[in-house]
Design a binder for this molecule. Structure first.
Ligand SMILES: O=P(O)(O)OC[C@H]1O[C@H](O)[C@H](O)[C@@H](O)[C@@H]1O
Length: 318
């Protein structure tokens, strides 16, 4: 019998746009984008973030036009990962046979997968969707290591999370062996700026630092925001709660917060040093970048067998 009041059909809700991930055909890069247009691109070589774009297509990271993206060299630009040593390794230390900044940035990482979240389920809402990409590296994936470091075992998970106005990078470094070892680590982030002469870094005014230009020397706090008028290579250790802001034309552009990363390196090679780097381009590219690098590098971090160290940074667009 026909019912007079048939329940009406349940409307099919329109497909909710979700973050997308794609892997290049040669299996060398992983890209992710949000329904609102933001995107990130990661090379498996070094798990190097080589692009982070805003919804309007604006690139937030500097990538040298001469960067090697084929795995033959560390990438000049983006976010190379420093581990297990920052700078040239000291003599008579287990890292002494390693290249400058260690091996993480020149190793091929494994893509472990993605996870995404959509906070709003309302149709046509872009919500606050975010996408997290995980990458892994362990000692058995490396072909060659100096004999000192060969006795150690590690497993690293590197997570890169893209959300609407933020890029978060975080590391979980685990000692999977039975011997304690020391490490340093850092996100060597090359931020893109339009004009270095109008760029300033805020939040480090009250902190003394090590000035590495012309040999490391302890230097007292500058009491003023950092402006770049020549080569700058400084290591600061500000309080963890201290936000670092990069401004252009006195307007905040990037805001950086940190978890467990007690050090901040500010680097710009200026014309002279950039000219000596074969992979630095274009020749005036140093006017378009500033490295604000967060890390744990001013001392050795000791990791006992079975322990995991976790740390990360968030870069927010202002
Ligand atoms: O040329 P790279 O090995 O990539 O190092 C580039 C730079 O990295 C850091 O910022 C260091 O503080 C600098 O001293 C170094 O010059």
């Amino acid at each position: 019998m026909e019912r007079s009041k048939k329940p009406s059909a349940i409307p099919v809700s329109p497909t909710i746009p979700t973050p997308q991930v794609s892997i290049s055909q040669d299996n060398a890069r992983v890209s992710a984008s949000l329904p609102t247009g933001e995107s990130v691109e990661v090379l498996l070589h070094g798990a190097t973030v080589i692009s982070w774009k805003s919804a309007n297509g604006k690139e937030n990271l500097f990538l040298s036009s001469k960067a090697h993206l084929d795995g033959s060299k560390a990438v000049r630009g983006g976010v190379p990962l420093v581990f297990p040593v920052f700078g040239p390794p000291p003599a008579s230390h287990p890292t002494s046979g390693l290249p400058q900044h260690g091996f993480a940035r020149t190793s091929k990482w494994e893509y472990l997968g993605k996870s995404s979240s959509e906070s709003s389920k309302l149709p046509n809402s872009s919500g606050d969707a975010s996408i997290k990409l995980d990458f892994g590296l362990s000692n058995d994936m490396l072909e060659s290591l100096p004999s000192e470091w060969k006795k150690y075992a590690f497993g690293i998970t590197y997570s890169i999370t893209l959300s609407r106005e933020e890029l978060e990078t975080s590391l979980a470094i685990r000692n999977t062996g039975d011997t304690t070892w020391d490490f340093q680590t850092l996100f060597h982030t090359y931020l893109a700026v339009d004009d270095i002469s109008k760029t300033s870094v805020h939040g480090l005014e009250e902190t003394s630092y090590t000035d590495k230009v012309g040999g490391a020397k302890a230097t007292s706090a500058s009491k003023a925001p950092i402006t770049i008028t020549g080569e700058v290579d400084r290591v600061y250790s500000p309080a963890l709660s201290q936000k670092i802001t990069v401004s252009e034309n006195k307007k905040a552009k990037f805001e950086i917060t940190r978890d467990e990363l007690g050090d901040v390196v500010v680097w710009n090679p200026w014309e002279g040093k950039a000219g000596t780097m074969a992979d630095f381009g274009p020749s005036d590219g140093w006017k378009k970048m500033i490295c604000v690098e967060t890390g744990a590098v001013s001392k050795w971090n000791n990791l006992e067998a079975g322990d995991t160290w976790e740390g990360g940074q968030r870069i927010k667009l202002c």
